[in-house]
Design a protein around this ligand. Structure first.
Ligand code: MG
Length: 358
């Protein structure tokens, strides 16, 4: 069917409708998947009141399960990234890395993983094979065993090529388990490397974006890096991987869970110059752009030098830096000291900056 220009424009207008709805929306909007304020509202208003229990309510990266003398971590996540192949990875490797990383943020070493595939009718089997090969390689490199899987197929148009849901289980062997609610005033905030490369790699890989760079996603497993940190025997109060919503949203989550204030220094935040340039070109704030191989660790000031040395021994952590501190003033607020000396409140991401980033 050939559409008239005006019909096409009206269709485009529907697709481009603003993803920032009023807070009283009665339907799901793209912003509910942002990892920012709308995602938090959805979790707090729809899911937690109905499914609440003492473990789920902690809203940590992975649930802490205590079984007799054993401590396990369990997490689950869905991957809908578009495009499914991007510089530095694909939806399969991303799914494995993301699951490993949520386990690692509780100090757990990943053991087992499951994967469920929602496939769209017409999707290429050759592409599916490449994705599953990447998952197998990512599992093998991380010494994780994929022990259960499921496939479902939906009709053409009812999905988009492939969606993957993963669940992971890891073992915890550290006496003090880091948690989102455990940060205290005086903690230093360490970021494990430069931020925003995953989000910008996805953004520039999208067909309709006329920007060429050699930015590659930071997607990577973080458990080896965490193992190095735990080996220092220093206390780490909180860790969180920086994913949807970026550094600013993650710090807001930690500030709210721990009921503390956070102050960060804009000049100290590591950002690749190319990422910075693309952000400026597209009007994006890099503090809200997703990573898939970076995390923040909040730890007592006296632990910092050993933790930084441990991070810098690992390729993924060689760009680690202290970017700020936890404070007792302005609880549940994140304040950025800007490069020109002013202070700015950083809220959680509002609306959706980059849909389907992971
Ligand atoms: Mg996480």
């Amino acid at each position: 069917m050939i559409e008239s220009r005006s019909e096409k424009d009206s269709h485009d207008a529907v697709e481009l409708s603003c993803p920032i709805p009023s807070s009283s929306t009665s339907v799901i909007r793209l912003g509910h998947g942002s990892g920012g304020k709308m995602s938090s509202d959805l979790i707090e208003k729809v899911f937690v009141p109905r499914l609440k229990n003492s473990i789920l309510n902690q809203l940590d990266d992975a649930a802490l399960l205590e079984l007799g003398n054993y401590k396990l971590a369990m997490t689950t996540d869905s991957y809908v990234v578009s495009p499914i192949f991007f510089p530095g990875g694909n939806i399969g490797s991303l799914a494995v890395h993301g699951t490993i990383n949520d386990l690692a943020m509780r100090g757990a070493m990943p053991l087992f993983i499951s994967a469920a595939f929602i496939l769209e009718e017409g999707f290429s089997i050759e592409e599916l094979e490449r994705i599953v090969d990447s998952m197998a390689m990512a599992c093998s490199q991380a010494e994780v065993t994929l022990v259960a899987a499921d496939t479902k197929v939906v009709g053409k148009g009812a999905g988009d090529k492939v969606f993957i849901t993963t669940t992971g289980i890891g073992a915890i062997d550290t006496p003090f388990v880091p948690g989102a609610s455990r940060a205290v005033a005086g903690d230093a905030i360490i970021v494990s490397g430069d931020i925003g490369r995953h989000g910008i790699a996805i953004m520039t890989a999208r067909e309709d974006l006329d920007v060429e760079t050699d930015i590659v996603s930071d997607s990577a497993p973080l458990h080896d890096l965490v193992k190095e940190l735990l080996a220092t025997k220093e206390t780490i109060h909180s860790m969180r991987d920086i994913t949807r919503g970026g550094l600013a949203s993650v710090l807001n989550e930690l500030a709210c869970s721990s009921k503390v204030g956070i102050e960060i220094d804009e000049n100290a935040i590591p950002i690749d110059p190319q990422v910075q340039a693309v952000c400026e070109l597209l009007g994006l704030d890099p503090l809200y752009v997703a990573c898939e191989g970076r995390f923040v660790a909040l730890a007592p000031e006296e632990a910092v030098s050993k933790l930084l040395s441990a991070l810098k021994c690992n390729t993924e952590g060689k760009g680690a830096k202290v970017i700020g501190k936890v404070v007792a003033t302005h609880p549940e607020r994140v304040v950025l000291r800007s490069s020109i000396g002013g202070n700015r409140i950083l809220d959680k991401l509002t609306g959706e900056q980059l849909p389907r980033i992971c």
